[in-house]
Ligand binder design. Structure first.
Ligand code: UDP
Length: 313
């Protein structure tokens, strides 16, 4: 008999790709989302699929679902800096109360639980690359603290349920991921640059553009998450692409892929913007046999193509 997964935040960028992936693997999906940053259009193609159910619900309140559930994948949260700064209290609540509800629900169902955590738990890291053993450098009272601390609390709560109730839990620390279905105006650097390139505008570079990130294409991220879900690993695992570059290098690559000339508009660097970010993925590689496969140029070309065809807002 096929298994069933509850995906919270299943209408978001990453959540919707995860729903697609699970359905391809013959797993029924119950997608729960209150659509504050997720979008119905991301799951429109699944609307009439016999293995797919959508429930509009805020999981920071009690979760009710009568059927059997084998996996709970907790992806609900505003996830771009602009979004979590716009919804600070919802972000804290979904990371804290939402995670607690999901864990309680998974316990009641006897389900495997997977938490979507983040590289933001490392804050503005003093160690690079970041391995899972690094405890991070987070400003709890800065603007990003609402997301960083919510996810750190969520990790602590997950481990408490694992240790206390002997639940089979997983924690994936997801590094910058990009691809189709991001919102053009979510404030993240890849959709921001793509929107500007499509309108032939100068690319907005925050600060001097020398801060680094490492960008993973969404199909690679989802494949890593699925391997973790089926593994016997209970400690946190980084999933991301270790191909580190400066934001200026990303801008140059995007201009090349989009065939536009590179012009920059320099803007103020947001408060607490991490100076470096690069995942150490040796643990995922060793324990899950996973590594990213999609080259940045190819992933950006596919993302650009999707935005050209689908979404110019
Ligand atoms: N950034 C930028 N221009 C933009 C949006 C973002 O230069 O229009 C920078 C931002 O300051 C950060 C990096 O790109 O250093 C990645 O930002 P994003 O919001 O995508 O996610 P973060 O990794 O900061 O969570």
């Amino acid at each position: 008999m096929s298994k069933t997964a509850l995906v919270t935040g299943g209408s978001g960028f990453l959540g919707s790709h995860l729903c697609d992936f699970l359905i391809e693997k013959d797993i029924n999906v119950v997608c729960m989302d209150n659509l504050i940053t997720g979008r119905k259009t991301n799951i429109k193609h699944l609307e009439h699929h016999p293995s797919f159910t959508f429930i509009n619900h805020n999981i920071s309140t009690h979760i009710d679902y009568a059927g059997a559930i084998d996996y709970v994948l907790h992806f609900a949260s505003p996830a771009s800096p602009d979004d979590y700064i716009r919804y600070p209290i919802q972000t804290l609540k979904v990371g804290a109360l939402g995670t607690h509800n999901c864990l309680g629900f998974a316990k009641a169902k006897g389900a495997v639980f997977l938490l979507a955590s983040t590289s933001e738990v490392y804050g503005d890291p003093l160690q690079s690359p970041q391995s899972e053993t690094y405890w991070g450098n987070v400003n709890p009272v800065g603007p990003r603290g609402v997301y960083d601390e919510a996810k750190r609390f969520a990790e602590a709560m997950t481990m408490a349920y694992h240790r206390t109730h002997r639940m089979n839990t997983k924690i994936v620390r997801i590094f910058n991921t990009y691809g189709p279905r991001m919102r053009l105006n979510d404030g993240r650097v890849v959709p921001a640059f793509i929107g500007q390139a499509l309108k032939k505008e100068a690319l907005s570079i925050y600060g001097d553009g020398k801060q680094t990130r490492s960008f993973c294409y969404v199909s690679d991220t989802v494949a890593g998450i699925f391997r973790l879900l089926l593994s016997d690993v209970n400690d946190p695992v980084n999933v991301g692409n270790p191909n580190e570059m400066t934001i200026l290098e990303l801008a140059k690559t995007l201009c090349h892929v989009a065939h536009v000339s590179c012009e920059y508009a320099y803007k103020e660097l947001p408060e607490d913007d991490p100076k470096v970010r690069k995942p150490d993925i040796s643990k995922a590689n060793r324990l899950l046999g996973w590594k990213p496969l999609v080259r940045l140029e190819d992933g950006l070309a596919q993302t650009l193509e999707w935005f050209q065809a689908h979404d110019r807002n």
